[in-house]
Design a protein around this ligand. Structure first.
Ligand code: AP5
Ligand code: MG
Ligand code: ZN
Length: 209
């Protein structure tokens, strides 16, 4: 299956993707994680992307479309994939339509009021990409990744003022994709406010897994 996860910043796309990887047996591709890796490695892509990300804005379409095209051309994506954080604009969705036949866009519905607590409690592993929450999904040992043992960090774009800008960007540029995929008969929406396990159950039911 070729699946898109739609949803506001902090809606739980990355957390749900980690569950669906095992359930569906396909890789997840997160454009945010690829960009953060580029920033960590101080590549030219990373240096140009950082200014947009720290301002809560989107990285230009032509940059992320090229990046995504290269990534899903790799062998591990031949049998399907989960897209976490792509597409985020109508031009990205139109470009994707020329690259792959998408089966479903699953939208995680979480109101803005719930997002802030999610962001302030989030801790991420920059080495393996695993995501935790100090209340909803704490690591076994404080500040240490369960999966790889690396230290956990707060994302630089999780400051409350940047979160507000990211939410505004989402509503203006990404939320219209619900209409785009709805018109193609591919949109499914689930409640993302009910805790991690329930969200997983809603997603499995919606996708027939
Ligand atoms: P990206 O990394 O994609 O960030 P985002 O879309 O803002 O989403 P997040 O990763 O913040 O949230 P999430 O939905 O994955 O939630 P998570 O599972 O972590 O993008 C970052 C930036 O990169 C963008 O702002 C942009 O600049 C750039 N970019 C990326 N892709 C781009 C593109 N295609 N085009 C242009 N620019 C692009 O969960 C959040 C927290 O909540 C965690 O702590 C988690 O443990 C917890 N949680 C999760 N689910 C639940 C639940 N059900 N109940 C309680 N807690 C939960
Ligand atoms: Mg994410
Ligand atoms: Zn890790």
């Amino acid at each position: 299956m070729k699946l898109i996860l739609l949803g506001a910043p902090g809606a739980g796309k990355g957390t749900l993707a980690a569950y669906l990887i095992d359930k569906m047996g396909v890789p997840s591709v997160s454009t945010g994680n690829i960009l953060r890796e580029a920033i960590k490695n101080k590549t030219a892509l990373g240096l140009s992307a950082k200014q947009y990300m720290d301002a809560g804005q989107l990285v230009p379409d032509e940059v992320v479309i090229g990046m995504l095209r290269e990534r899903i051309a790799q062998d591990d994506c031949k049998g399907g994939f989960i897209l976490d954080g792509f597409p985020r604009t109508i031009p990205q969705a139109e470009a994707l339509d020329t690259i792959a036949e998408i089966d479903c866009a699953l939208s995680l519905e979480v109101p803005d009021e719930v997002i802030e607590a999610r962001m302030t409690g989030r801790r991420v592993c920059l080495k393996c990409g695993a995501t935790y929450h100090i209340v909803a999904n704490p690591p076994k040992a404080d500040g240490v990744c369960d999966k790889c043992g690396d230290g956990l960090h707060t994302r630089s774009d999780d400051k409350p003022d940047v979160v507000a800008d990211r939410l505004a960007t989402y509503h203006a540029q990404t939320e219209p994709l619900k209409g785009y995929y709805g018109a193609q008969g591919k949109l499914k929406s689930i409640d993302g406010t009910q805790g991690i396990e329930k969200t997983q159950g809603f997603a499995a039911a919606a996708l027939g897994l």
